[in-house]
Design a binder for this molecule. Structure first.
Ligand code: PRP
Ligand code: MN
Ligand code: MG
Length: 183
């Protein structure tokens, strides 16, 4: 769709590139598990919802879906540093493989908080897949993904699930927002 086209400075990953890379990620993830593994795919709401939906269909293994609503940005381009769990996941993950699905790792604070919290529940393994990674912004240095779609520069991006003040999530591509809209 083109509803927000005037707000976007530059498309950095188009629909076709997303599709292609997500299909590759699906193969990598499929190869990273055994056929009879009990896998819980955990979508970190709300940003990862489109990625989760498309990625899950590229994974050739039975998976269980779960969702956790976590928020740290609010209506800002800078993370508040305070990670809030709005809604916890429902599945019991003890002894099961947990695959955390994120749209982006920026400072790493969200993921660090989630991983620390879920490790205490004794899953058999925790792996992380992120569509985007901004390594230059990392505050939590020890946090990294096992599967990573794209490394991107330090620009504020929206689309394909990613928002600015809850807008732009339904763009089919990843784009850079015009600065005048948030400065
Ligand atoms: C965004 C994004 C990641 C997180 C990454 O979520 O979806 O979850 O921030 O940033 P970090 O590495 O600096 O913690 P946000 O808090 O905006 O919530 P949302 O997914 O509902 O948009
Ligand atoms: Mn998020
Ligand atoms: Mg957000």
């Amino acid at each position: 769709n083109t509803v927000f086209a005037d707000d976007i400075k530059e498309v950095i990953i188009d629909e076709e590139e997303l599709k292609q890379r997500i299909s590759e990620l699906g193969e990598e993830i499929t190869a990273g598990y055994e056929e009879d593994d009990d896998i819980v795919m955990l979508c970190i709401l709300r940003g990862a919802v489109l990625f989760m939906a498309d990625l899950a269909r590229e994974i050739d293994l039975p998976v269980v879906f779960d969702f956790m609503d976590v928020s740290s940005y609010g209506a800002s381009t800078e993370s508040s540093g305070v990670v809030r769990i709005i809604k916890d996941m429902e599945e019991n993950i003890e002894g099961r493989h947990l695959l955390i699905v994120e749209d982006i790792i920026d400072t790493g604070r969200t993921l660090k908080h989630v991983v620390d919290m879920l490790e205490t529940r004794d899953p058999k393994s925790i792996k992380v897949v992120t569509l985007l990674d901004k390594p230059d912004r990392r505050v939590q240095k020890e946090i990294d993904a096992d599967f990573n779609g794209f490394e991107i520069p330090d620009k504020f991006v929206v689309g394909y699930g990613l928002d600015f003040a809850e807008k732009y999530r339904n763009l089919s591509f990843i784009g850079v927002l015009k600065e005048k809209l948030y400065i």
